[in-house]
Design a protein around this ligand. Structure first.
Ligand SMILES: Cc1cc2nc3c(=O)[nH]c(=O)nc-3n(C[C@H](O)[C@H](O)[C@H](O)COP(=O)(O)O)c2cc1C
Length: 207
C-alpha cells in the first residue's frame, strides 16, 4: 500500500449514511432533508440505508493491512468503499440505541478500519489514507428522550472515528424527543436544523 497521501482534487460529493433499522423512521426522514439541501447546492448526493445492506462487522483479521481494502468480506460494504473515497462530504445519522450508535452504524464504522495504515511493531504510528483531502462531515443523533444525558455517547461514537479518519466535523446535531416512526416530519425546527447542517456542509466543501 502506498504511504503517499491522496492529494488529487475530489468532487464535492456527499454520501449520507443512515444507521436506523426502521424503514421510513426518523433518521431516514432527516437523511432525506439533508439530501434535498445538498442536492439543491448541486452536490452529487447518495443516501445509503445500512438496514438494506447485508454486511459483517470487522473481525480484526488484518488482511486489509496489505491491500488497503477489506479482503476478508465481499458483502454490502464492498461497494461503499469507493463511494466513501469519492465523496468528500460524509453525513452519518444514527438513532440512539442504549446511549450509543446502533449496531448497524457501529459495524459500518468498524469496517472503515481498512483505511488505516498502521506501523509495526504494534502499537506504532498510524495514519488514515483518507486524511489531508479536505474531507468534511456532519453527524446527527436521533433520540427518544429529551435529556442530553440519555443520548449517551452517540455523537462522540461518530465524531471520534471520523476525526481519526481525517474528516473535519462541520456540524453535529442531537435531535431529541422523537420516538414514533417518522414523527420528526412534523417537527419543523428539527427539519430546519438538519437542512442548515446540509447547507453548512456544502458551504464547507465549496471553500
Ligand atoms: C434498542 C433501542 C434502544 C434505544 N435506546 C435509546 C436511548 O438510550 N436513549 C434514547 O433517547 N432513545 C433510545 N431509543 C429510542 C430511539 O432512539 C428513537 O425511537 C429514535 O427516534 C429512533 O430513530 P429511527 O426512527 O430513525 O429508528 C432506543 C430505541 C431502541 C429500539
Amino acid at each position: 500500500m502506498s504511504s503517499e497521501p491522496r492529494t488529487e482534487a475530489l468532487d464535492p460529493r456527499v454520501l449520507i449514511v443512515c444507521g436506523s433499522p426502521r424503514a421510513h423512521g426518523n433518521s431516514e426522514v432527516l437523511a432525506e432533508h439533508i439530501a434535498k439541501e445538498t442536492e439543491s447546492a448541486s452536490a452529487v448526493t447518495e443516501v445509503v440505508r445500512l438496514r438494506e445492506l447485508d454486511y459483517s462487522s470487522c473481525v480484526g483479521c488484518e488482511l486489509c493491512r496489505d491491500s488497503g481494502k477489506c479482503s476478508r468480506f465481499t458483502d454490502g460494504m464492498t461497494p461503499l468503499y469507493d463511494k466513501i473515497v469519492e465523496a468528500r462530504g460524509l453525513v452519518l445519522i444514527s438513532p440512539v440505541h442504549n446511549y450509543n450508535v446502533t449496531a448497524w452504524m457501529k459495524a459500518f464504522i468498524d469496517r472503515l478500519y481498512c483505511f488505516y495504515e498502521l506501523g509495526y511493531p504494534r502499537p506504532g504510528p498510524w495514519r488514515s489514507t483518507l486524511s489531508d483531502q479536505d474531507r468534511k462531515a456532519v453527524i446527527v443523533a436521533v433520540a427518544e428522550q429529551t435529556e442530553v444525558h440519555d443520548a449517551g455517547f452517540t455523537l462522540e461514537a461518530m465524531r471520534l472515528p471520523l476525526e481519526a479518519l481525517g474528516y473535519e466535523i462541520v456540524d453535529e446535531l442531537l435531535v431529541s424527543g422523537v420516538f414514533d416512526k417518522g414523527l420528526v416530519s412534523s417537527l419543523p425546527d428539527a427539519l430546519s436544523a438538519v437542512e442548515a447542517a446540509g447547507h453548512t456542509l456544502t458551504q464547507a466543501l465549496a471553500r
